[in-house]
Design a protein around this ligand. Structure first.
Ligand code: ATP
Ligand code: MG
Length: 379
């Protein structure tokens, strides 16, 4: 059996109105019939008792003998019932028509949405000129479609970039092996060279796949550990010692006595990526300053480098996956443009924020704010 709230809105409104009309009309009819009967009865009794007094005034209905009064009463009731039925039928019909008109914009909107299919997934619906709920709903729907379109495009770009990044080292590996196969008698040195190249490309692939996995992992920050900033940054600097020394970069670590709170491996990876960039894009004999400060609510970490900088118009793009200011240079340095996307994802998962300031060819400053746990016992 169909339940009332499963019926179309127009029908529900009509049925409710019919119920209301029926109740009101029946009540009204009953009241009139009983009131009329009462008057007949009283008049009849009074006439029978003191006819001369009542004959002098005009009664509500012409006075007739008892049987005629009963007949009159029946007629009155019948007319009442017929009028009630007419009121209910006409009222219900009118309600159905009016509800149909009032709900037309909703019906149109739902029809437009139903017409959206695979081939016109991001079609915007028409916004009615009125400023009512339906026009607000249409606008909200269009906004949602626009956001979905942007997300869909970003996802498509991400897949295309990922495929391209994976294809490049694979193509290089295949080309190297094919060149070796063309040689009838390759020397040991040629084998060695091909192996070295293959290893380098395989490492690049593995690095890329790891980054992709990290970026897509639905990892949430479960535990907020207390981390000594100095220890964490010390380990990162140790890990990057080889490129730091080869470029003769001076590191100024000003993070003593500051604590961070969060998922240790995730934060380590995020800060490693930022400092790695500060080293990678630094100039020979450059400087890196890592500073930390805390207040009651958060810890602020600033990483400054005297490197090549980032042009102003590209500052907001460097957090997009696979974005590199200079693609060929990044590739030469073994990068794929995923580092800062991972940093942003990690910092946002911690409820923090990341900002970048830079002067092209002079310096870059990355500022990261991490919130402290609300509960003081966790600190
Ligand atoms: P990956 O980190 O994946 O190895 P990547 O370093 O190229 O590769 P990101 O770390 O995401 O990628 O950085 C994106 C781009 O932003 C870099 O290609 C570089 O052009 C620019 N960039 C980032 N940090 C700096 C910096 N400290 N100085 C100058 N440019 C930077
Ligand atoms: Mg990087």
């Amino acid at each position: 059996m169909i339940r009332f709230n499963q019926l179309p809105l127009r029908l529900r409104l009509t049925l409710l109105m019919a119920l209301l009309l029926t109740t009101a009309s029946i009540l009204l009819m009953m009241t009139s019939v009983f009131a009329a009967r009462d008057i007949y009865k009283q008049d009849f009794q009074r006439i029978e008792g003191r006819p001369e007094e009542f004959l002098s005034r005009k009664p509500i209905v012409p006075l007739r003998p008892g049987a005629a009064v009963i007949q009159n009463d029946r007629e009155f009731t019948t007319v009442g019932i017929i009028s009630t039925i007419i009121v209910i039928v006409v009222g219900t019909g009118l309600t159905y028509l009016i509800a149909g008109r009032a709900l037309k914009p909703v019906t149109d909107l739902s029809q437009e949405i139903e017409e959206i299919g695979d081939n016109n997934l991001f079609r915007q619906v028409r916004v009615p000129p009125s400023n009512d709920e339906v026009s607000k709903l249409s606008r909200s729907f269009n906004r949602m479609i626009h956001k979905l379109e942007k997300m869909f495009d970003a996802q498509k770009n991400f897949s295309a970039n990922a495929a391209h990044e994976l294809k490049t080292p694979l193509a290089a590996m295949i080309a190297n092996i094919e060149v070796l196969q063309l040689d009838d008698r390759p020397t040991v040195d040629e084998y060695k060279e091909t192996l070295e190249d293959t290893l380098k490309n395989a490492q690049r692939l593995s690095h890329l796949v790891n980054d992709l996995l990290k970026l897509n992992a639905e990892q949430s920050v479960a535990i907020y550990e207390k981390i000594e900033a100095r220890d964490m940054f010390g380990s990162i600097i140790d890990e990057l010692l080889q490129p730091i020394q080869s470029k003769n970069i001076r590191i100024d670590d000003r993070t003593a006595d500051v604590q961070l709170y969060g998922d240790k491996p995730l934060l380590y990876r995020a800060f490693y990526n930022v400092i790695h960039n500060a080293v990678k894009y630094n100039k020979p004999n450059g400087v890196i300053i890592i500073a930390a400060a805390e207040n009651a609510d958060n810890t602020r970490i600033t990483i400054f480098d005297t490197g090549i900088g980032i042009p102003e118009d590209q500052l907001d793009k460097i957090f997009d996956p696979f974005y590199c200011v200079d693609k060929s240079r990044s590739r030469e340095l073994g990068g794929s443009g995923l580092g800062l996307s991972i940093v942003k994802m990690v910092i946002e998962k911690h409820g923090g924020e990341i900002q970048v300031q830079s002067v092209a060819d002079v310096s870059t400053t990355i500022v990261i704010r991490l919130p402290k746990p609300r509960n003081k016992d966790d600190r």
